[in-house]
Design a protein around this ligand. Sequence first.
Ligand SMILES: NC(=O)c1ccc[n+]([C@@H]2O[C@H](COP(=O)([O-])OP(=O)(O)OC[C@H]3O[C@@H](n4cnc5c(N)ncnc54)[C@H](OP(=O)(O)O)[C@@H]3O)[C@@H](O)[C@H]2O)c1
Length: 231
Amino acid sequence: MPTILVTGANRGLGLEFTRQYAADGWMVIAACRDPQAAGDLQALAAGSAGRIRVIAMNVADTASVQAAAASLAGEPIDILLNNAGVGSPAGKTLGSLDYAAWLKVLDVNTLGPARVVEALVENVARGERKLIVTITSRMGSIDDNASGGSYPYRSSKAAVNMVVKSLSIDLASRGIACVLLHPGWVRTDMGGSSGKLTPAESIGELRKLIAGLGPKDSGKFYNYDGKEIPW
Ligand SMILES: NC(=O)c1ccc[n+]([C@@H]2O[C@H](COP(=O)([O-])OP(=O)(O)OC[C@H]3O[C@@H](n4cnc5c(N)ncnc54)[C@H](OP(=O)(O)O)[C@@H]3O)[C@@H](O)[C@H]2O)c1
């Protein structure tokens, strides 16, 4: 049975990834900041016949990520899915930029995936799929930026795109592929109620795409429909 580790698994896209992979027979290591407060995830895990294991991991806290990794030492992970993320806080427009809040966004969205990969790369090397997927955003595409603003979120996602590009090069010799995916505009707490896709639709499409990913895709940035997004 293949294993996937999902960060930010307690709500939104992470919860839906967890639901769909577990329903499909995968073992899911569902990482979230506060397992005690993760009611929906705990309920899903309780009905999963042991396929969902909930663990604590705050991707903005190196000690927390390392402790989670220590608890998984030696276990193969087929797919490592960096999903946890935060949107732009208040203070995202020119003239009222909140630099402390911006740094927090970078800490979660850019440094978070780097922390998680550094801590768990040996687990991925032991897996059969050897795949690291990072959920980024089209808002991190410099080419696609026609509306400006959103400085914290846009810069955090553009920067994580570069992190993953470097990972794809550094991990190629170990046969580990690193891919960036945009989930579409999805109706979650972050995406809001006007999003074009439900979480079920977005994750359904992403799972089809992920099923076919391999070394040929490493270092690429794809939309949920499989089309490449320009940097
Ligand atoms: N929704 C969209 O339209 C959309 C579009 C493009 C890209 N994305 C990306 O998709 C991913 C998931 O977004 P979403 O829409 O599901 O957002 P969401 O509903 O706001 O959920 C965000 C998830 O990330 C977790 N998280 C935040 N900070 C964390 C930290 N320091 N450590 C661990 N977990 C943390 C949250 O946990 P807590 O409950 O503990 O806060 C929550 O589980 C993000 O990377 C986002 O940038 C979303």
